[in-house]
Design a protein around this ligand. Structure first.
Ligand code: KG4
Ligand code: ZN
Length: 335
């Protein structure tokens, strides 16, 4: 087996995941998604930590089993240090530290946002450095110039809600289940994206703003349902398509401007919202129009997963960037 063999743990939010990578090749990636939050319409941090405690050991065992790797084959243990929910991060980091100590193996602390970006290197086609990455998840929206696996610069980010939150919060206003992003995406396929024009958050530079959209949708629905209580049910697909269209316009406008200004022709999409079919199609079309290369990872590696943590840890292992037993989780860790 090629080295290094790395076991990686991801527990920053509501997915418990473990992955094994050998010599940069992914051998397993096991994800246990917590269902417990659905009934509350959002992630409940305390419940997330408890669910991580229940899931972590079986998930690690399964990752090792699928990879046909034993504990003694491991060269390092990696974990997500942040950003994320403190209680959730603590469960993963304590496990990784204990495991590394017991096995007498080095420890690698990984930044979750870097991991979303480096997910592009798990499978071909892989971008070449430098490239521009738009990371869109439930907690973050960032435009990043990626100069190397270890050298990244955030040039724009959301000043309020993340793109995933914009999907989830507007979906909630429409009565769709949590997390609403995938439900809204499904409905949007059946609707007219230009039927209801919502405001596109205009920000200077490369920053984003989504809270105006949520407020505009809320007032619009309030006004319409006062006249027709069935307005949402009767217009669901068009509402979803129009909201999705607005979010995509907001994202792609800044993405395009940043690419032009920095002369970057490889554009990569990362994070859970990269699963959105409308965004994938619009970005692919943009690439065709401009002659830009577009990179979107497999769905498995877009949403939270330990495979991307293993990939990042692989680069850090090569660079000798190890952590020690004193390293602690950082819920606000910067890229
Ligand atoms: O990266 P991720 O799994 O977790 C975080 O780190 O936040 O992203 C989850 C987010 C949620 O907001 C979810 O609604 C959104 O990704 N999402 C989608 C789709 N699939 C997942 N949003 C829009 N369309 C989708 N198909
Ligand atoms: Zn994430």
């Amino acid at each position: 087996m090629s080295t290094p063999v790395i076991l990686a743990i991801e527990s920053s939010c509501d997915d418990t995941s473990a992955a094994v990578m050998a010599g940069g090749e992914i051998l397993s990636n096991v994800v246990a998604t917590q269902q417990v939050h659905e009934q509350y319409g959002g992630v409940v941090p305390e419940l997330a930590s408890r669910a991580h405690q229940q899931h972590l050991i079986p998930v690690v065992q399964e990752a090792l089993r699928r990879a046909k790797v034993t504990k003694s084959d491991l060269d390092a243990v990696a974990f997500t240090q942040g950003p994320g929910l403190l209680g959730s991060l603590l469960v993963g980091s304590m496990f990784a530290k204990t495991f590394a100590l017991a096995l007498d193996k080095p420890l690698i602390a990984v930044n979750h946002m870097r991991a979303h970006i480096l997910a592009h290197f798990i499978r071909a086609p892989r971008p070449q450095f430098p490239f521009l990455c738009l990371t869109v998840s439930g907690g973050h929206t960032q435009l990043v110039i990626v100069r190397s696996a270890l050298d990244m610069e955030v040039i724009g980010q959301t000043i309020d809600d993340a793109a995933g939150e914009a999907f989830d919060k507007t979906a909630k206003l429409l009565g769709l289940p949590y997390p609403g992003g995938p439900h809204l995406d499904k409905q949007a396929k059946l609707g007219n994206p230009t039927r209801f024009p919502f405001p596109v958050g205009a920000m200077p530079g490369y920053d984003f703003s989504f809270s105006g959209l949520k407020t505009a949708v809320m007032y619009f629905l309030r006004q319409q349902t006062a006249q027709n209580p069935n307005f949402i049910q009767e217009n669901l697909a068009d509402l979803c398509a129009s909201i999705q269209h607005t979010i995509i316009l907001t994202l792609l406008r800044q993405f395009t401007r940043a690419a032009q200004d920095h002369g970057l022709t490889q554009l990569a999409l990362a994070g859970g919202v990269a699963a959105n079919s409308g965004l994938r199609a619009a970005l692919t079309q943009l690439g065709e129009e401009r002659g830009w290369e577009i990179f979107i990872p497999d769905f498995e590696f877009c949403t939270d997963n330990a495979g991307m943590v293993a990939m990042t840890a692989h680069f850090q292992f090569e660079a000798g960037a190890f952590a020690d037993q004193l390293s602690s989780p950082d819920p606000r860790l910067k890229l």
